[in-house]
Write a protein that binds this ligand. Sequence first.
Ligand code: SF4
Length: 328
Amino acid sequence: MIERVGITTTIPQEVIWAAGKIPVDLNNLFLASDENDEFLARAYRDGYPRTICAWIAGIYGAVLERDDIDTVVFVSQGDCSNTHALAETLEDRGIRVIPFAFPYDGNRHLLHAEILNLARIFEVPWNKVEEWFFRLDEPRRLVRRIDEMAHIENKITSIENHLWHVSTSDFNGNINEFSHECRGLIREAELRPPIIDRLRLGYIGVPPIFPEIFTFLDDLGARVVFTEVQRQFSIPFIEDDILTAYAQYTYPTSVFRRIADIYDKIKARKLDGIIHYTQSFCFRQIEDLLFKKYLPVPVLTIEGESQFELDERTRVRIEAFVEMLAQK
Ligand code: SF4
C-alpha cells in the first residue's frame, strides 16, 4: 500500500508525490470525516485545553484515532505556534514529525533551502521535485479555469469555488481522478446560464469549520467569487519554476502581502464586500484590524469555534451585512 503522509497545511507537496507517497491534508481529513466530533473528544481526553483552535485539536484526534498515518509534515513557520505543540504531542504518541518553514517574506533562497531539506529527508533528487511541479500543473490549471468561470463567466457557485480550491492542498490524494472530476464540472458548468447575483463577495481567512456558509451565501444571492486562502492553496501563479511559484504564496507570510493580494482582487473582481472568517483562539484574529484598516470595501468578521453547522447568530449577521451592502 502507498504510504500516506499527513500535512498540517499546504506545503510544496511535489516532494511527497516525488517520493512515491500520497499527501493528506489533515484539515480536510478532519472536516470531511463523520467522526470529527470524536476526533475533538480524543484531543480533549488526552489533555488538550478547550481554549485551543479546533483545527489543531481535530487534526491531533484524527491522526491518532484513524491510525493510518505515521508521518506528518508540519509547518513550523508561517502557520502558528499551536502547530508546534500539535507536532510535539503527535511525536510523543509515536508519529514521525518533519518541520517545514516558510520564510516570512517569501525569500527565494530560504525557500529553496527548505524545499531541498524536505527533499533530502524524503530522499528525492531536485529534478524529480521539479518534474512533479510540472505534473501538478494540469490540475492547477483546471482549478484556475474554475476560478475564471466563477468571477468572469459567473457560472460557478460559492460552494463549488471553495471546495475545488481547498482540495488542491493534496488533490484529494489522486491527481488523475481530481483532474477528471474537474473537467466534468467545467463541461457541465459551461452549459449553465450565468448566475444573476445581488452581490459579489470575497472570503478571506482560513477555510471555515462550517463550509455551509458558502451555500448560505449562494441562497442569499451574495456569491463568493474570490476565496483568498483556498485560492492560494492552489498555487495559482503561472510560472515556469517551483521557487518563483511558491515564493508568491502569501498565506504563510506577512499579512501585508496578503492584503496586497486581496486588495488587487477586490478591484479586479469588482467585489462589494468581504467576509473575514476567523477561528476562535487563533492569533490571526488580531490581523482583522489590519484588514479593516486597509481594505477598500466593508468587511464582516465572523468567528467559528467547534460547531460544524452555521449558527443562528452568524446567519443573522451575514443576512444583515448582505442587506446593508445591497442597499448601498
Ligand atoms: S486557525 Fe489559526 S490557530 Fe488554528 S491552526 Fe490555523 S493558524 Fe493555527
